[in-house]
Design a protein around this ligand. Structure first.
Ligand code: IZC
Ligand code: ZN
Length: 416
């Protein structure tokens, strides 16, 4: 069968299986939006038809499209005014207690029209795509009431259908206690358990459920009740675990067989061991550690050495990491957490795909997988991490179609 598109390069990192995951001279052939062949050597004549397009990426680096498994993509407004408060010493939880932080974004999101939310999220998705991200997990959690949560999750589906970037949806009603339930957290939890979670499940509005388990927000006991209910209603689970205070979130993630536990700066050794045994992916968010000025990062080295699957994500959100660019996150992963370039690459591709239960379809250059591929203006992968602060992405191929070319967006009307 002839290919629609063939990419030739001397640095193709497939992220399939070490050590055979780098072709120093080879090609990737794509047909019907799917990877057909990845091989070393010359391109065989029989896959080149009259309409086959060939991209010569020799001198450049070819890797799978980046996967961002933790974002808060859809929200209204921005929170730049909190920056000065933070610099004066106010903590993230102090700002939240004063009705700022998450609750100010809730107010802005409730007020925003569908089109305003869509335009803002679309711009963010364009930025992500320009920087090499081809699949994004998106959490709700800035509506909290039923209508706004549903509005945001429906919008995420609309964006998935219309924008080239693929979206995976997560319900996160358990992000903060909304003002209408102030002082009455149990009533809000009942509202989620009996009204919102069943509605979202019955209408197929989200695949995952996530709870912000943190001191002063949702306790481990409340988290467990919510996630167990979600699991019974068919959701896959994710947990905000041990970011600031150790609350045995990693242990809980393992116990509930969560797909991922996210943050983990304060995770215990026992919790990490339990995650390893349960096969729970660790999603680390070093951009957030940097932006919160914590002076501390998750123990990526220890987790990798223990054999835990480690993924990286942006945590793109208006409070603790307003950054869509995964290449910036790579800088913090390397220089903050001491992950090597060879560890960062799978953490942003195949391991990130595992974190959203998509490892069968994306995350590596393997025949039969979706043809999501990026071509970087760099002679090899290590160079991308080494030369920081610029966008290395030259081309993005999404589902076999070129959507970023020569560093510019070239898709038409979305719907790739
Ligand atoms: O809006 O501050 N961590 N939730 C939990 C966030 C960060 C997002 C925000
Ligand atoms: Zn987050």
């Amino acid at each position: 069968m002839t290919a629609d598109l063939i990419i030739r390069s001397d640095h193709i990192y497939t992220c399939a299986q070490e050590p055979s995951d780098l072709f120093m001279d080879g090609f990737v052939a794509i047909s019907g939006g799917t990877i057909q062949t990845v091989a070393g050597g010359e391109i065989p004549d029989e896959i080149c038809g009259a309409d086959t397009k060939i991209i010569d990426a020799r001198g450049q680096t070819v890797i799978p499209g980046l996967v961002d498994p933790h974002t808060h993509l859809i929200h209204g407004g921005s929170r730049e005014k909190e920056l000065a408060l933070k610099l004066k010493g106010a903590s993230y939880l102090d700002i939240l207690k004063k009705g700022g932080g998450i609750l100010s974004t809730v107010k802005a999101t409730r007020k925003a029209s569908h089109d305003d939310l869509k335009d803002k999220a679309w711009c963010s998705l364009d930025q992500m795509l320009l920087h090499g991200t081809t699949t994004v997990e998106a959490k709700s959690g800035y509506g909290l009431d039923l209508d706004t949560e549903v509005k945001c999750l429906q919008l995420a589906m609309e964006l998935h259908m219309e924008h080239p970037v693929d979206l995976v949806r997560t319900y996160m009603g358990a992000h903060a206690i909304p003002p209408e339930y102030k002082g009455n957290p149990n009533k809000y939890i009942d509202f989620m358990l009996y009204d919102v979670i069943p509605h979202i499940s019955e209408n197929g509005l989200a695949e995952f459920m996530y709870v912000f388990c943190e001191e002063g927000v949702f306790s481990p006991q409340q988290t467990k009740i919510l996630l167990e209910a979600g699991k019974k209603m068919g959701f896959k689970l994710k947990i905000h675990a041990d970011e600031i205070i150790p609350l045995q979130g990693a242990e809980l993630a393992a116990e509930l067989q969560a797909v991922s536990a996210d943050h983990l700066l304060a995770a215990s050794d026992e919790g990490m061991q339990a995650m390893k045994e349960a096969g729970t992916t660790a999603v680390l968010l070093p951009g957030t550690s940097f932006y919160l000025m914590l002076g501390k990062y998750a123990q990526a080295r220890k987790m990798i050495d223990m054999g835990i699957r480690v993924a990286l994500a942006s945590d793109y959100n208006p409070g603790t990491c307003p950054c869509e660019n995964l290449q910036t996150i790579m800088t913090f992963a390397c220089f903050g957490m001491h992950m090597t370039p060879a560890e960062i690459l799978p953490a942003m591709t195949i391991n990130a795909a595992h974190a959203i239960d998509r490892s069968e379809v994306i995350g590596s250059l393997v025949p039969g997988k979706q043809a999501d591929i990026i071509i970087l203006n760099a002679p090899n992968w290590d160079y991308v991490i080494y030369h920081y602060g610029i966008n290395h992405v030259d081309k993005v191929i999404k589902n076999g179609r070129v959507v970023v070319d020569n560093t510019q967006l070239v898709y038409q009307g979305g719907n790739v």
